[in-house]
Design a protein around this ligand. Structure first.
Ligand SMILES: [Ca+2]
Ligand SMILES: [Ca+2]
Length: 91
């Protein structure tokens, strides 16, 4: 009893420009709306985790496959914290 309309509603939350695909930039904007700062590395990791056909975008089918599939957490919490690019010019 997969509720496809429920997945479609979730998908629409992320597909901000309504083109039927979720880009990394759209993911970023949604997370920022929720008050979360997500690193580009974590976004890339999330997209590639969901993007099973590797076109760089998440389709409704790909999101549905994830939501309907066996529970598997994207490995976004272990994003590399090595990029220390603080624009703190003290020269
Ligand atoms: Ca879109
Ligand atoms: Ca894709």
């Amino acid at each position: 009893m997969a509720d496809a309309t429920d997945y479609a509603a979730t998908f629409k939350l992320f597909d901000l420009n309504g083109d039927g695909l979720i880009s990394a930039d759209e993911l970023k904007q949604v997370f920022e709306k929720l008050g979360d700062q997500v690193s580009p590395e974590a976004l890339t990791a999330m997209v590639s985790f969901l993007d099973s056909d590797k076109d760089g975008l998440i389709s409704l089918e790909e999101l549905t496959a994830y939501l309907a599939g066996p529970r598997a957490e994207p490995d976004a919490t272990s994003a590399p914290a090595s990029q220390d690019a603080a624009p703190d010019a003290q020269a």
